[in-house]
Design a protein. Structure first.
Length: 257
């Protein structure tokens, strides 16, 4: 039986406390591969946001990388397997809305990660703190966009965005909102890989609200101990935190490695 293991990145494989991944986590991923399993990354990060990860994680031979919250899937060699763009009309709605409200926004595509408008110092520093890198400023005209992130001035701005931006799906991070094409979610990427790689069973690991549908749709949905309460509520099991080597401990305890 071919089994697929899907891992969120931030807060699941990778800890922002030290900006690192533990040696036990890498050991666990290696052991899964050695046993003939398929191992996948499933993150909202863009390809550019993977470049400053520790080399042990950046160079790990994932069978596939689900990026942009599910809008893009790359094979182990970095070639596109799947890609869904946000409709141009929707991106124009985002652009007009951000211009009228003075919101900072970033868009990403197959070529890079870009600020659509000049960022504030706060936005730049907030971004760099998370990813150890930041987008470059390239004004949006009519470029491809797979994923958009808007920095909010007030959490209530979410209602305005959802009302005025059509044909999209949204992930609310309170001080920012992530936008993808309406059909896109991590679980769509998982299901695409399940079919393409002929997987009979899936294990999905995550920690955030944007992992809810992925864990609900998995055969086994595992939430990290540091995960969001809403994710814990839908998970099949809550395991130890990322800083306690939760993935390694779970796989070892259940004799999966």
């Amino acid at each position: 039986m071919t089994v697929g293991y899907f891992f969120d990145l931030d807060g699941t494989l990778y800890t922002h406390r030290t900006h690192d991944v533990s040696s036990k986590t890498i050991y666990a991923l290696d052991a899964l591969k050695e046993k003939g399993n398929r191992v996948f990354l499933a993150t909202s990060r863009t390809q550019a946001e993977l470049e400053h990860l520790p080399s042990s994680l950046r160079q790990f031979p994932f069978d596939g990388r689900i990026l942009e919250g599910g809008a893009r899937i790359l094979d182990e060699n970095g070639n596109d397997l799947f890609k869904v763009k946000i409709p141009s009309a929707s991106v124009k709605q985002i652009q007009n809305l951000c211009q009228s409200h003075g919101w900072i926004w970033r868009y990403s595509n197959s070529f890079g990660n870009y600020w659509a408008v000049p960022p504030t110092v706060f936005a730049h520093h907030a971004y760099f703190k998370l990813y150890l890198c930041a987008p470059v400023y390239v004004p949006y005209t009519d470029q491809e966009a797979l994923n958009v992130l808007i920095f909010l001035k007030d959490p209530s701005d979410v209602k305005t965005i959802k009302k005025n931006v059509h044909d999209c799906s949204f992930v609310d991070f309170r001080h920012a909102i992530e936008i993808r094409e309406k059909s896109i979610d991590k679980i769509k990427g998982v299901n695409w890989c399940k079919k393409a790689f002929h997987l009979q069973k899936t294990y999905c690991f995550g920690d955030g609200e944007n992992d809810i549908d992925m864990l609900k749709g998995a055969d086994h949905g595992l939430c990290m101990g540091n995960g969001h309460p809403r994710l814990k509520a839908v998970a099949d099991e809550v395991i130890q935190s990322v800083d306690q080597d939760g993935i390694y401990q779970y796989l070892k305890k259940n004799q999966l490695i």
